[in-house]
Design a binder for this molecule. Structure first.
Ligand code: FES
Length: 501
């Protein structure tokens, strides 16, 4: 099911596939809010910009599936940042994100982008006595950074909380309308956007980069990787310092009392709430049920967890939309923004936005555009993409290595009739024969689809996702449909299809 953001846009297919070789000052790969914001700022500065998107529609992945909160309140982070990096860096993180809110407000106003932007307050709350002390300490930490957050015990929510931290004057909007607004300004300023255009490789040639698509190439002085999880491993090694998390969202119609503000709790399981104006109605958006992508867990109840929670307070509600999304999680909770690698000058990246991509994408765009312009940016050192310390997270690294599997590449396989009959319809399994693994999905009508269940990124064994009927990678979060088509980076190749005899 589409997100309500995607459903809110008419005339989505305004762009064409790249079908010629071109040159550009800057080649941007990816049309989420990060790539588009970079493009917007750069065309304003007179740069010639080309943006490539592998999907048929722009901003249709993470940007099109977010809860779209524009806030510097990134759950409980400021005490952690002060403890791990010190007050100066923690304050920079906070003010970079506060500035991002104002930057977005400025773009919306200056460019008259009709995207339902509205100011509202943001809260992190708890109903759990064990979390209350953390909430109080976080509020003290934020205040020590000279930011006027408030500890409160009452909120507009329809249930009681033990305590909450309130950040005033944050914002929310429709992220797809914003993305299409940016795309419109880019193309009106001579920028070019191409969809259905899959980047396969990037190579350095002298002072230029050559970005290769299936049949064409783009020559540019600068490259910005805005493709969510980077699909290039060499030199950057982001696969050692980032994984992906899946979270779920429902939008419900209710006759219950609406409330202002954006909310998230600090405990597990996480639930987030906000209302949205949608086609003359106010719908409640509820998010949560997060898990590491590719976890070997039963996902069939993911939306039901959210629905059961919201029905406690809005028993009459009707679920109108359900969607899920992937977020890149950096191991030290800070995005990676800046040079892709110390060995690749003029190639930039913004990733690891940790579920807070609305402000982080603007922070990232400002830092990278300043780099291209040769300007200092006071926040860049906090987010430095080439920092090394996250690699020290041995636990996560160990998990990734453990999942790597050796597999022969096969394309024909004989499965016994008995085994096929035993599989229930509409289920997926990894079967093993003589040490060889095979991923099998038996659809609702009993038709078999078999693939080699080895991720085409770095060879981890895939897990079956029984909610979306996809093969998901537990290492870095690539996903493939049951026929083996690649859906999410960092993998860029489809799975090997196996013919069943
Ligand atoms: Fe990296 Fe699968 S996503 S091995």
């Amino acid at each position: 099911m589409n997100s309500l953001w995607i459903d809110s846009i008419e005339n989505k297919n305004n762009f064409k596939k790249l079908e010629k070789d071109i040159s550009s000052d800057v080649c941007i790969i990816g049309t989420g809010t990060f790539g588009l914001t970079c493009g917007y700022y750069l065309v304003k500065h007179g740069y010639n910009v080309t943006i490539l998107e592998k999907e048929h529609e722009i901003a249709s992945k993470t940007t099109g599936h977010t809860t779209a909160k524009i806030t510097s309140q990134h759950n409980l982070i400021y005490k952690y940042l002060i403890d791990s990096l010190g007050k100066v860096q923690a304050k920079k993180y906070l003010y970079a994100n506060q500035e991002a809110i104002e930057n977005i407000a400025g773009i919306v106003k200056d460019e008259k982008i009709d995207c339902d932007f509205e100011r509202t307050d943001s809260y992190v709350y708890t109903k759990d006595m064990d979390e209350l002390e953390k909430i109080k300490l976080e509020n003290e930490a934020v205040n020590s950074l000279e930011f006027d957050s408030k500890f409160v015990t009452e909120t507009p929510l329809p249930f009681e909380v033990l305590g909450a931290i309130k950040f005033s004057n944050q914002a929310q909007f429709n992220p797809l309308k914003y993305a299409y607004g940016l795309a419109d300004k880019i193309t009106k300023n001579s920028g070019e956007i191409y969809t259905d255009t899959i980047v396969q490789n990037i190579e350095k040639e002298g002072d230029y980069f050559i970005t290769y698509t299936e049949n064409n190439k783009v020559k540019s002085k600068y490259v910005i990787l805005a493709s969510h999880y980077p699909f290039i491993d060499r030199l950057g090694y982001y696969f050692l310092k980032m994984y992906q998390s899946t979270s779920y969202v429902i939008a419900v119609d209710t006759h219950g009392k609406t409330f202002d503000g954006m909310y998230i709790n600090s405990e597990i399981p996480t639930f987030s709430y906000r209302f949205v104006n949608y086609k003359g109605k106010k719908l409640l958006i509820v998010g949560g049920a997060d898990h590491k992508t590719g976890s070997k867990i039963d996902l069939s109840n993911a939306y039901k967890i959210l629905e059961d929670e919201v029905r406690k307070y809005f028993p009459d509600c009707t679920v109108l939309y359900k969607w899920n999304t992937e977020d890149c999680i950096s191991l030290d909770k800070i995005p990676y923004i800046g040079e892709f690698s110390n060995l690749m000058p003029n190639m930039y990246i913004g990733t690891g936005f940790n579920k807070w991509g609305m402000t982080s994408s603007n922070v990232a765009a400002n830092i990278i555009v300043d780099k291209i312009l040769g300007k200092e940016n006071e926040y860049e050192d906090v987010f430095k993409s080439t920092r090394l310390h996250p690699i020290k997270n041995n636990e996560e690294l160990g998990n990734m290595v453990k999942e790597v599997t050796n597999s022969l590449v096969i394309n024909r396989f004989k499965i016994s009739e008995n085994d096929l009959t035993r599989l229930e319809n509409d289920t997926g399994h990894v079967l093993e024969y003589d040490g060889q693994k095979i991923g099998v999905y038996k659809d609702k009508d009993g038709k078999i689809f078999a693939i080699n269940p080895v991720c085409t990124h770095l060879g981890c064994l895939l897990s079956w996702n029984n909610l979306d009927k996809t093969w998901d990678c537990p290492c870095h979060g690539s996903r493939f449909d049951y026929k083996g088509h690649q859906l999410y980076n960092p993998a860029i190749k489809d799975l090997d299809v196996i013919e069943i005899e």
